[in-house]
Ligand binder design. Structure first.
Ligand code: 1GP
Length: 238
């Protein structure tokens, strides 16, 4: 059977764009889950990402179990730390925060997570995670205690993405941060997409369908929508 990563690679070859809905377990009420799942199933989403910078809730397992039973979409963990690993998901983005210089997010959490992941069947997808300055302080920057990259410095962003690819990462995730005022600059997506072979994920601060389209046209292979769908479950119908 095809892995989730192989499917992403195949989509890139076929020019088929992908869309992930990001669910933050802390913001989900299990009592509303059925209507949320209906909206997800009616949406053009191809993936569900689950995670957040900090997750305090205890519903993670129940949420993922329900997602697995009531949608056909692959469930991919997008964890802020090793406490957010659930063996019931399909895959995990094993994130290295390449824009930052905090060793916890470059190797320490990976060392902690490795033995846990070895005991699961999760598909581990190593991902170079690049946080870009977005006009407001986002949770990722605050929690990770790292500086985002300057959004004007395209060369540094490109070099960071290239280093991530050379290190063997399978994906590059360009992140403006959840609820970002400004999304990733299109010129940055373009430059990085033109110079890398691996697929590019883009997320943070994308609030309308036009923004999704622009990111795709600039070279994003997968776009992540969190806040906009959280605020309006009919987002994709507009
Ligand atoms: C955050 O990229 C995701 O990690 C999505 O961000 O909540 O702004 O859509 P938004």
């Amino acid at each position: 059977t095809n892995t989730i990563y192989q499917q992403i690679i195949q989509s890139k070859k076929d020019g088929k764009k992908l869309l992930a809905i990001l669910l933050d377990p802390d913001k989900i009420e299990l009592s509303n889950l059925d209507s949320l799942l209906l909206k997800i199933n009616q949406s053009p989403a191809t993936h569900i990402f689950v995670g957040g910078s900090i997750v305090e809730t205890t519903i993670l397992e129940e949420l993922i179990e329900t997602l697995k039973h009531k949608t056909f979409l692959p469930v991919v963990l997008f964890p802020g730390d090793p406490s957010q690993i659930s063996p019931q998901a399909d895959a995990i983005l094993f994130l290295s925060l390449l824009s930052g210089r905090n060793p916890d997010y470059l190797i320490e959490y990976h060392v902690q997570a490795a033995p846990i992941l070895k005991n699961t069947n999760l598909e581990v997808i190593s991902t170079g995670y690049i946080l870009v300055e977005s006009g407001n302080e986002t949770a990722v920057a605050r929690v990770s205690k790292t500086e985002p990259l300057d959004r004007e410095n395209l060369n540094l962003a490109l070099a960071t993405a290239q280093a991530g690819e050379m290190l063997g990462n399978k994906l590059i995730y360009l992140e403006a941060g959840s609820g970002a005022k400004k999304a990733i600059p299109l010129e940055m997506i373009q430059l990085i997409a033109q110079n890398l072979k691996i697929p590019i994920i883009v997320g943070g601060g994308i609030v309308d369908l036009h923004g999704i389209q622009k990111a795709y046209e600039s070279g994003a292979d997968l776009v992540v929508i969190g806040t906009a769908f959280e605020n309006n479950n009919r987002f994709f119908e507009s």
